[in-house]
Design a protein around this ligand. Sequence first.
Ligand code: TXA
Ligand code: MG
Length: 343
Amino acid sequence: MIKTKLLSIEDLDKIEIQDQLKQAINQNKLVIFPTETVYGIGGNALNECSAKAIYEAKGRPQDNPLIVHIHDEKEVAKYALSISEKAKRLMTHFWPGPLTLIFQKKDIVPKQTTGGLETVAIRLPSNPVAQKLLNIVGTPLAAPSANLSGKPSSTMFKHVKDDFYGKVDFIIDGGKSTIGLESTVLDVTKEVFVLLRPGSITKKAIEDVLNEPIIDQSGERNTEKVMSPGMKYTHYKPKGNVVLLSGKIENIKNYLESLTSLNSKTALICATDYQTMFSFMNVFPLGNLEEMNLIASNLFSSLREMDEKEMEQIYIIELPKEDIGYAIMNRVLKAAGYQTLKL
Ligand code: TXA
Ligand code: MG
């Protein structure tokens, strides 16, 4: 058991805390910090021992590569073999922000950080606390989402405390993550860029900046040819059985009403718009359909709540796939293990 220090944002201004953080990262210890997407569990990206410590703390398979977080665009040149003009355009437009770019890596980035790959994922977060921490420690931080492997990513201080208290040296409380879904991951090593994970920066937004189409492989489940190794593991899955319900809302209502198995351990996750319509069961509202960004930011904590409340059968009503809805549904499908009922 490690003695975990809990820090507030204000603590980061204290010289003695800054020294401790710097030292911890130098000694390959781990610091959990907020980003605009989800919380990250960070270690020195340039030291293989840190990567090992991260995999161990998360209980994550070692072939799942980590994202390298930097605090200045200029740093990319230190870790990426080359940066195309097109990639630069995306950096200028979307950084700092929730876009992760995959480059060919330089030798300075250890293979442990990249899960054995010759490529490296890099992102410049916009969250001021994340930026401050990166400045303090003075080294890039390899940081996957701060959740135990298989669990939903953490969007609140409480989530990271639940998963990692006693397992890391520091946890910084940055409040609720504003976006709540992990960054968009884009492979820019190819002539035509490839979307590997959808996020709040959409395919269309990227294409608009590039002025050309990109390829979307974010929905691919083929384990033989896994482009983004993280995609092949079970993700976001609550302990209960999760089923995605699609189709007309009246049909969904008829179906759920007719179930003889409905009990206090059955949950329905859906847009707040449907809360009253389904008042005959346990509803966990995500936010109104007009506020898809709010729905995005509530999704993971709602999935975690399923375990806290020991829900055994969980239904989720499909959400519109436009804009950020595409990334939301990508996570929902994974949470449901792709179990879908069309009604
Ligand atoms: O928003 C985020 O990206 C958060 C915060 C903490 O920054 N981090 C995050 O990291 O979601 P993680 O490790 O949970 O997800 C990283 C994703 C995985 O799907 C992984 O397979 C992919 O990025 N990835 C990382 N390096 C890659 C590489 N070299 N090639 C292809 N995919 C890569
Ligand atoms: Mg993750």
